[in-house]
Ligand binder design. Sequence first.
Ligand code: NDP
Ligand code: KPL
Length: 311
Amino acid sequence: MTPSTHWIVGPGALGRLIALRLAERVPVRLVGRRPLPARQTLVSPEGKTREQSLAMARTDALPMEVPAVVHLTTKAHAAEAAHATLAAQLPSGVPLVLWQNGFACQPALTERHDGPVLCATTTEGAHVQADDRVIHAGHGHTFLGALDGSNADLARALARTLTDAGLPAEAVDDIRIRLWRKLAVNAAINPLVARFTIRNGQLRDRPFRPMVERSINEVAAILAAEGVTPPGGSGLEGWRELVWQVIEATAANRASMLQDVLAGRVTEHEAILAPLLAAASRHQLSAPCLARHLQDLRLRTQKLAEPPTTC
Ligand SMILES: NC(=O)C1=CN([C@@H]2O[C@H](COP(=O)(O)OP(=O)(O)OC[C@H]3O[C@@H](n4cnc5c(N)ncnc54)[C@H](OP(=O)(O)O)[C@@H]3O)[C@@H](O)[C@H]2O)C=CC1
Ligand SMILES: CC(C)(CO)C(=O)C(=O)O
């Protein structure tokens, strides 16, 4: 029998949004490392509530079923470990879709996974409200494709399935560029809002505006050296346009990195800032603002890992 079930591994905000939407069209199984209620509620951006029961599994006790596709929806820093647990139990040839932000796990897992690998970048917005409730905060758009442009038929079929399920998606042959563009936006916005505990829109004001401009300057120089172009316009002006447009459109948002900081979780700084700084170093460019953000966020992560003092 042809496999038909989509496994969604990493049952957080994005994973549960994808699972609950896809479940209207195809068989779905939500795979996590701890038990979650099978009955899940999705609240739409328009405020509509829909309840649905999902098939569940634990990563350490996967069923015998062969999935049609595995969607990996953990945070970027958890992706390689989650994949290692899965890969030991999956037959070869199962397609994998990587939904992480940044550009860290994508090349490594594309190399390592024994089957087709697609990367996805999405502007859908979701957050978890409880173990049985996820909020779809804002509609977005998803691009899908393999880093080397291969498996175009698979990307097209998957984009159709996602679109039919209410998550508009498009297969593209330049996903690498699109991942870098999202990373560029995240690098200019996230470390600053996380550091100063502000909403995205406050970046428009002093004293933050010049800080954003400095980050954009650094990002633009690095990406020019990498041959990554902004979507409209060109060079520095194109990157400024993109970043300020996103800040305007998401002015009321608490960015994901700020949410992680407020919740005492590890942020996705390694996936967003480290690839940029590695590129800067390859091209002998200096990026002091980005380097400082990475250093601060690494220090914060180290402190999170330290055992609490007893007095
Ligand atoms: N949320 C959004 O709107 C968007 C998110 N993204 C990207 O999608 C990715 C996921 O984000 P988001 O859903 O917000 O993150 P969440 O933290 O809400 O979800 C991550 C999930 O992964 C699970 N997990 C961690 N390690 C493992 C493991 N080894 N095996 C199985 N599951 C595991 C966590 O489980 P546990 O509860 O056990 O820790 C959690 O349920 C990130 O890279 C993010 O940048 C991109 C665009 C939009
Ligand atoms: C675009 C932005 C900054 C919107 O908040 C985002 O992607 C995030 O929060 O990580």
